[in-house]
Design a protein around this ligand. Structure first.
Ligand code: TRP
Ligand code: ZN
Length: 879
């Protein structure tokens, strides 16, 4: 427990480490009542450190110190100081070895940082600052050392003992114990250290690299999951091949291991040679995982693998540079997924997440730059801004330099900085040096928070045949930042003629072969562009492919949007026009009330989508999804959640009523027989059929319900079974809903990942209010210690079941505050993430915002608040 106020850490106060570690020798003795950690560090003073030599200071957290020895001499109690979070040794030589013995209690570790137990196995999570929960160490990424790790444990309980690198020695010991020693030849920061000990089955596979080296691929899971490894291993091999082909990056160790653990704070972790995954992000079978899960696994396996170069070989100097590895790696995994499936669909999914959640973050009290200037608790900065906006920033660099220039830049970056801990600025400099391009102004993307707004206006001069486009950029104030400078924004656009044909974009009247798409580079607060030889007023297709993470404001008419839905050759913008049309229609119902008529143009657009057989069906399946409530709230001024929910439901029901026959036809046409495969075509067909089913159930269609029940019973894959279950659970059909939920639980109760989906589908349903949520928390399968269960019930309720969470009496807010306070004692990282919905209190209509605010105040007043929750709550309440 903390007694003083948490400190803020500033990038400007960065200093090189005073001492460096060359080698770390760790010896773990694992027992049921704790673990002893023997650490021997080879230390030397950093030649780059300025001034006279200061004390050696090592970080520690929740450690019991048993002994300290310097160059073999045990230190007396007055030769060092153990402050609780630091071990300080005032006088040390230039070079020395330091032995530290600590005792820790993994079995009582509920924070899931450092060494802990998950379903009977030992595992670690050291990023960002978990290594200090294992032993005293300079826990910062710019201290890189070679690790040798000996693990000793009971052989029958823990036959598998893993750590980073290669296993170099193993043997049996007295009392039924055994040991394995691992050696990792690559120097690494301690956040990449990992250890696993358990009774696991091993699935083996192999990969031959481009230079002909054979890599051992090994996946370790609990015996009951032995049949759920194939997809992850296949994904891994595809990722390894892709990184060779697209980035020229080959794997470096002889072994690559993946472990699945049930209790994990995040998705997965890229520990050197030993990636550890949340079970829900790695285990899959046709019967237990949906298409979305299969795709998520492929992306996350690739993400962690890609970190081996973007993160591990080249790592971060300090945690302010987090996006150096995360933004770049998300960009890499996103391009990989695009190449493995449908690029347009992948882009739509990424942009949906960005616009719904990252834009909201960027407009809220926790807004921060891609390279933050300060933080209190680094765990709070694993954000959508660092990951998703960071990836967009890298994407813009790629688009500005072109694929070839970007590859030169990444080659130079990896070559120049291999084995180093560097900054986002080093990344940008490598891109500049490899191509000669000046990214000076572009660097503002790393420094300025907030989502730029582009106000676009246009004029058509019929007499001169000139179309004039003016673009003004404005970057909103964010906490601690105002009066921002204009940023360098790549703005892709096209113009469509009367018949929908792409027009040549002549910036120069004489230009003979003008392209039909251009990327305008905005660098000033305001630009005007003139396009010549335009014979009729065109319809602009703006910010194609979402060429920059900005908001575009332009006064589209509904006719223009419908025109773009029909004609835009850019699939992304075609989808976007449909979204804008739907947003506009829903927003007008928010104002006019849900009984007002629904715009016929929207019905027309959807009818055309449902009946078209020539359009890319994967794109159609995305175009049929109405904008989410969360996105509509993000777009609103003072969001009235109930009105938004009602308006959206009304549009959905109206569309379903008018298009009933088309929906039935789409359902029948896309029902599949034959083998299950996760190809873009098959995924699109399942998605179309399941969307049609869900829509039919919103109007209580008898035929629709019968189809859903039949599909639920007969499905041979989880996508279809879950599609039917979701449609039933989100309908008014109480009896059918209960019957399906019971049957589903009976069938899958022994599979934690499926039970999590079962929780989530209920927690997200408007049919379930707070009482139902509390009942789910009483269910025997609910477990406070398991982050996935907490997320799938409480997190989903507050993040997806918006109308019920925002119930007018404020009960949802009080409920969330209580759960946050309860969790804060056991798992502060998860507690801090759970607060997120409340932090947006300023976005909502007064009736909502005051209740949200008092919920935050209740949390603030709890004594002994963790630093994690303290930071989020205090920043949210600050004016
Ligand atoms: N580096 C991990 C990734 O690939 C993130 C991560 C995993 C993490 N576990 C964590 C971050 C625990 C903080 C705490 O994105
Ligand atoms: Zn990552």
């Amino acid at each position: 427990m903390r007694s003083t106020q948490p400190q803020t850490i500033y990038l400007s106060e960065y200093r090189v480490p005073e001492y460096l570690i060359d080698d770390v020798d760790l010896r773990f003795s694992l027992f049921e009542d704790g673990a002893r950690v023997h650490s021997t560090l080879t230390v030397r003073r950093n030649p780059e450190a300025k001034g006279t030599a200061g004390p050696l200071t090592l970080d520690g957290d929740s450690l019991t110190l048993e002994a300290v020895a310097l160059d073999g001499q045990t230190l007396a109690g007055d030769a060092y100081e153990d402050t609780g979070d630091q071990l300080i040794i005032p006088r040390v030589p230039e070079r020395f070895s330091l032995e530290v013995v600590t005792w820790i209690e993994p079995q009582n570790n509920t924070r899931l940082e450092g060494l802990y137990k998950s379903s009977g196995m030992f595992c670690t999570q050291c990023e960002a600052e978990g290594f200090r929960c294992i032993t005293f160490y300079p826990d910062r990424p710019d201290v890189m050392a070679r690790f040798r790790t000996r693990i000793e444990a009971d052989k029958s309980r823990y036959p598998v003992l893993l750590s980073n690198g290669n296993d170099v020695e193993r043997g049996d010991l007295a009392d039924g114990r055994h040991f394995v020693t691992w050696e990792d030849p690559f120097p690494k920061p301690c956040y990449l250290f990992a250890l696993v000990a358990g009774d696991l089955v091993e699935k083996r596979d192999g990969f031959r690299t481009q230079s002909g080296r054979d890599i051992d691929l090994r996946m370790y899971v609990e015996p009951r999951n032995a049949d759920k490894c194939d997809h992850a291993l296949d994904s891994l091999k595809r990722a390894m091949r892709w990184d060779e082909e697209v980035y020229g990056r080959e794997y470096d160790l002889d072994i690559f291991m993946i472990v699945a653990v049930d209790d994990f704070n995040m998705g997965a972790m890229e520990n050197k040679g030993l990636n550890i995954f949340n079970s829900s992000c790695v285990l899959a079978s046709q019967d237990t995982a949906t298409d979305a899960t299969f795709q998520r696994i492929e992306a996350i396996v690739a993400h962690e693998y890609f970190h081996n170069w973007s993160g591990n070989r080249v790592t971060c100097r300090d945690w302010f540079q987090l996006s150096l590895k995360e933004g770049f790696t998300v960009f890499r995994d996103s391009e990989f997924s695009a190449d493995m499936g449908s690029p347009t669909v992948k882009r739509i999914e990424d942009v949906t997440l960005l616009r719904t959640a990252q834009f909201a973050e960027d407009a809220g009290p926790m807004a921060h730059p891609v390279r933050p200037a300060s933080y209190m608790e680094i765990s709070n900065f694993y954000t959508l801004t660092i990951y998703e906006k960071g990836a967009e920033v890298v994407r813009m660099i790629r688009n500005l330099l072109g694929a070839e220039g970007f590859r030169k830049g990444s080659d130079l970056y990896f070559e120049r900085h291999d084995g180093q801990a560097v900054t986002t600025d080093d990344f940008v400099r490598a891109m500049e040096d490899a191509t000669g391009r000046d990214l000076g102004q572009f660097r503002l993307w790393y420094e300025q928070a907030g989502t730029p707004v582009l106000a676009v206006t246009d004029e058509y001069d019929e007499a001169r045949g000139v179309y004039r486009l003016s673009i003004e950029q404005r970057i909103p104030d964010t906490p601690g930042q105002s009066h921002k400078k204009p940023q360098h924004i790549p703005f892709a656009l096209g113009l469509l003629g009367e018949g929908g044909e792409p027009l040549p974009l002549r910036l120069d009247p004489e230009e003979a072969h003008a392209p039909t798409e251009r990327v305008l580079e905005l660098t000033e607060a305001r630009h005007t562009f003139e396009f010549h030889g335009v014979s009729a007023r065109p319809v602009p297709s703006l910010l194609r492919h979402f060429s920059a993470p900005v908001r575009v404001q332009y006064a589209w008419s509904r006719e223009q949007l419908l025109f773009l839905v029909r004609h835009d050759p850019d699939g992304f913008n075609r989808w976007d026009a449909g979204q804008r049309l739907a947003v506009d229609v829903i927003q007008s119902l928010v104002v006019a009330g849900p009984d007002a008529p629904v715009e016929p143009a929207l019905v027309t657009a959807f009818r055309e989508l449902l009946t078209s057989t020539t359009l890319d069906q994967a794109l159609v399946s995305k175009m049929l999804q109405l904008p989410s409530e969360a996105y509509l709230i993000e777009l609103a001024e003072a969001a009235d959640v109930t009105a938004i929910h009602k308006a959206r439901e009304q549009v959905l029901r109206q569309l379903a009523t008018e298009l009933r026959d088309e929906l039935l036809a789409v359902y029948q046409r896309n029902r599949q027989s034959g083998d299950y495969a996760v190809t873009p075509e098959a995924v699109a067909r399942r998605s179309l059929a399941n969307t049609a089913l869900a829509w039919l159930l919103t109007i209580n269609d008898d035929e629709g319900r019968a189809l859903a029940e039949a599909q639920f019973r007969q499905a041979d894959n989880m996508t279809d079974r879950m599609g039917a279950l979701r449609a039933l659970v989100h309908s008014d059909q109480a009896e059918a809903r209960t019957a399906a939920l019971d049957a589903f639980y009976q069938r899958y109760q022994d599979d934690p990942q499926v039970v999590e989906m079962w929780f989530a589908v209920q927690a997200s349903s408007h049919a379930n209010g707070l009482d139902a949520i509390q009942a789910l928390m009483q269910h025997p399968a609910f477990d406070w210690k398991n982050p996935n269960k907490v997320r799938s019930v409480i997190g989903v309720f507050a993040g997806q079941n918006l109308a019920r969470f925002h119930e007018a009496d404020g009960s949802g807010y009080r409920f969330l505050a209580e759960q946050v306070m309860r969790l804060d004692d056991s798992n502060p990282q998860i507690a801090a993430r759970l607060v997120t919905p409340l932090t947006r209190w300023r976005k909502f209509a007064p009736g909502h915002s005051s209740g949200m605010r008092s919920a935050l105040e209740r949390i603030r007043d709890k004594s002994g608040l963790s630093r994690d929750v303290y930071e989020v709550v205090h920043k949210s309440l600050a004016d």
